[in-house]
Ligand binder design. Sequence first.
Ligand code: GLV
Ligand code: MN
Ligand code: MN
Length: 417
Amino acid sequence: MTQPAIIPDRLMARIFMLGKVGALEGGGVCRLALSDEDWAGRDLVCNWMKELDLELMTDVIGNTWAIRKGIESGPPVMMGSHIDSVATGGLYDGALGVLAGLEVIEALNDAGIQTRRPVAIGFFTNEEGARFAPDMMGSGVAQGALDLDEMLAVTGIDGKTVGSELSRIGYAGAAPVKAITPHCFLEIHVEQGPVLETENTAIGAVTGVQGISWSEYVIEGTSNHAGTTPISMRNDAGLVAAQIACETRAIADEFGPPQVSTVGMLDVSPGLVNVVPERAVMTVDLRNTDDSLLKQAEMRLNQAAEEFAKAQGCSVTRRCLARFAPVEFDSALVDMIADEAAALGHSVKKMPSGAGHDAQMFAPSCPTAMIFVPSQGGLSHNIREYTAPAEILAGVDVLMRVVLNQAGVVPRTEQKP
Ligand code: GLV
Ligand code: MN
Ligand code: MN
């Protein structure tokens, strides 16, 4: 068999070309889900898929995938990730998983390799959840974990709905929910954390994804004059928000790793120097690999929020934006990734993922695993996100070997013209 060869320059050229879509000054991208930039990114990737003679499909939530036929029909070995980004995204988060999959398929074409099973590459709608919550929306709907109609009705940070934006950009496809039933699912992704770099390790064989809980708290008080209103007579929504933010951090400090907690958005109104705030809206992101600890963290924060609000004569309401239980990946597939990495001479570490990924939505329905490559300085969701081409190549070589193993290579003597 001619060994399929990944061509790093071709892959990097595509990463940089996609990185020009929604490019930000100083580097990085803003391709919020279903925005004009996401639309242009999707069109670019679809054109590349078509150039490889793949069969394209788009489903009702805008997930798009392309299939390279095998000599047998049936569920494909599927690779995939996302091309939407946070507003301050890097070039690699998500894009790597999609474009590396495309490179694997092009390398199979170049080497004239036929596989027994089909091989597919997909991108999934709104993985980030930065414009429309929850995250992993497209893969969640595709796998039946999220309700299609509920998700189409979700209103984003700019007041537009998923359904209307999906139609506007022409990606409300015909394929139904659960149209994707892979033989297995593989996602290569940048680690987005400091572990691999710090430990000088080339490949992460990802064992699973920690649980994720996103909440929005809205605190209502009374706006009043900052100079004349005695401290004891205020209903200061801003103060309550600050107390909730400190409690959020205290939970992570007291629970210890792997509990993490983040207040990523805090909006106080009317937002004036001499006015006691009447309203605060804030988001809280809590994560833990242990679901019972995550539930404890959620309960403690909710209770504390009620107490802080009551003490200030304010009200507080909580809305769940996203809730995903921890997920374990398929141990045989994780082992295979670790073994293939070692066989290629790479150092490898089995590790959980701190970030959410489309792969976690596939894990309940088919064997699933992920490959991590290092992130320089552990930076991600930051325009300075960077992984060197040689580090990317190491991960994509592992991906290729696992794909070949799962799809099965047809010997020349058995090949069909
Ligand atoms: C997705 O990027 C997440 O928030 O983990
Ligand atoms: Mn990602
Ligand atoms: Mn991300």
